[in-house]
Design a protein around this ligand. Structure first.
Ligand SMILES: Cc1ncc(C[n+]2csc(CCOP(=O)(O)OP(=O)(O)OP(=O)(O)O)c2C)c(N)n1
Length: 353
C-alpha cells in the first residue's frame, strides 16, 4: 500500500507533538508523545546510544514496560558546502519535514566523558530555531573561510540579534509543511544519491528548489543557504517506531526509536534529551540501564543511518570525514544550552561514530 505523507508539524518529540500514522490502516492521527516532562526546547543536549535491532526487539521493549508512543515517517535532507565545511566541523544541518535542526558538538568536558567511559553513546547539542541555526551555521562557515581553520567567539551584537530571533521564532513557528511524496536514494545500484552542488538542473533534481516549496519554517526563503553555498548532500526517508519508558526517576525521559531507512538500513536508538550538559551524566546512566534491561551486547558504537548512507553513496565525503577523524584540526563554536553565549571547543574525532 502506498502511503501519503501526513501534514506534519515537526515529527520530533523535542517539540512534544508528533504527527504519526498507523502503518497498517494508512490513516493518520496526531499523537502527543509521552516524553512527559520534556519541554519544547530550542536547544538541548541529545545523548544517545544506537543499537542493532534483533527480531525480538519489540517484545523486549514490551517486557521492560516500554510503550509504543507513535509511528511516523519523515524525510531528512542534510546540507553542506561543496567542501564539506559543516560536517568536517562536526556540524550537521538538517531539514526534517520542513523543520530545520542543527546538531553541533558538545563541549570538551562532555567529549572527555565520552572518551573515558561512555564510548557507546554519542552526545550532540541540538538547536531547533531557525534564526539561531542560521547564525551558528554562518559562524562556522565564516570562521572556516576566514582562516581555513577555526571559528571565533560570537560578538555581543550577535547575541542580541539571536535573542530577538528567538523571540520571533517562537512567535512565528508554523504548524505544517506541504505534502510531497517521499523520495530516497532507493536500494538499487543505479539510484543516484543526492548531490546538489552541480548545475541548476542538478540542484532542482536534488530537491533544493523543490524543497523551497514545502518549507514551512523559513517561509520558503532559502537565501541563506544560497549565500553560504549550502546544498543537500543526503536525502532519505525513515520509518520510525517510537517507544517511551514510563515513570520518573531512573526511567523517565528515556525514548527508544526503531528506525528503518529507505536505503535498507535498520537501527535502534536509546535517547535521552536533557536541557543542558549538567544532566548528561544522569542521561548516560539511564541509557546504560535501559541497554542492560534490553540485553544489548554491542561493544562498539553502532553506525547511524547517515554513516551508512555516506559510506554507500557519498564515498568522497565519507573519506574526508574519516581523514578529519585521523587528523582532528578544527575548532568549532558551540552554543551552550539556554544561553546566547558561544564557546570555542576543540573538535576531535568523537563526532564521527
Ligand atoms: C560518517 C559519519 N556519520 C555520522 C556522523 C555523525 N552524524 C551524522 S548525521 C548526524 C545527525 C543525526 O544523526 P542521528 O542522531 O543518527 O539521526 P537520527 O536518529 O535520524 O536523528 P534524531 O531523530 O535522533 O534527532 C550525526 C550526529 C559522522 N560524524 N560521520
Amino acid at each position: 500500500m502506498k502511503h501519503r505523507r501526513p501534514r506534519y508539524a515537526c515529527p520530533n518529540y523535542k517539540t512534544k507533538q508528533v504527527h504519526c500514522f498507523p502503518w497498517s490502516s494508512g490513516s493518520f492521527g496526531v499523537a502527543e508523545l509521552t516524553g512527559g516532562e520534556l519541554k519544547t526546547l530550542n536547544m538541548s543536549v541529545e545523548v544517545e546510544r544506537k543499537f542493532l535491532c534483533g527480531p525480538d526487539i519489540q517484545k523486549k521493549l514490551g517486557d521492560i514496560g516500554a510503550v509504543c508512543v507513535g509511528k511516523c515517517r519523515f524525510q531528512d535532507q542534510y546540507f553542506d558546502s561543496p567542501d564539506f565545511i559543516l560536517t568536517l566541523n562536526g556540524v550537521w544541518l538538517r531539514r526534517r519535514e520542513g523543520c530545520w535542526e542543527l546538531k553541533c558538538p558538545v563541549t570538551e568536558r562532555a567529549q572527555r566523558r565520552e572518551e573515558e567511559g561512555e564510548r557507546l553513546c554519542t552526545q550532540y547539542q541540538e538547536i531547533t530555531l531557525l534564526p539561531q541555526i542560521v547564525a551558528a551555521v554562518r559562524e562556522v562557515m565564516a570562521g572556516q573561510r576566514r582562516d581555513g581553520r577555526n571559528v571565533q567567539v560570537v560578538p555581543k551584537e550577535r547575541q542580541e540579534s539571536d535573542r530577538r530571533g528567538q523571540q520571533e521564532g517562537e512567535e512565528g513557528r508554523p504548524e505544517a509543511s506541504g505534502e510531497v511524496e517521499p523520495k530516497g536514494p532507493g536500494n538499487g545500484p543505479d539510484d543516484k544519491p543526492v548531490d546538489a552542488h552541480g548545475d541548476a538542473e542538478e540542484r532542482a533534481a536534488a530537491g533544493l528548489e523543490g524543497s523551497a516549496q514545502c518549507c514551512a519554517e523559513d517561509g520558503g526563503d532559502l537565501a541563506w543557504l544560497r549565500e553560504m553555498n549550502l546544498a543537500p548532500f543526503a536525502e532519505f526517508t525513515t520509518e520510525r517506531c517510537s517507544f517511551s519508558l514510563a515513570g520518573g526517576g531512573e526511567e523517565g525521559g528515556v525514548r527508544v526509536d526503531l528506525d528503518q531507512a529507505d536505503f535498507g538500513y535498520c537501527v535502534g536508538e536509546i535517547e535521552v534529551l536533557v536541557p543542558d550538559e549538567n544532566e548528561v551524566q544522569s542521561a548516560l546512566q539511564k541509557i546504560q540501564r535501559t541497554a542492560q534491561r534490553l540485553g544489548l551486547t554491542d561493544d562498539h558504537k553502532v553506525k547511524g543511518k547517515m554513516h551508512v548512507y555516506l559510506q554507500r553513496y557519498r564515498p568522497e565525503h565519507y573519506a574526508k570525514l574519516l581523514e578529519s577523524r585521523r587528523h582532528p584540526r578544527i575548532t568549532v563554536t558551540q552554543r551552550t544550552a539556554n544561553t546566547t553565549n558561544y564557546q570555542a571547543n576543540t573538535l576531535a574525532s568523537e563526532h564521527f561514530y
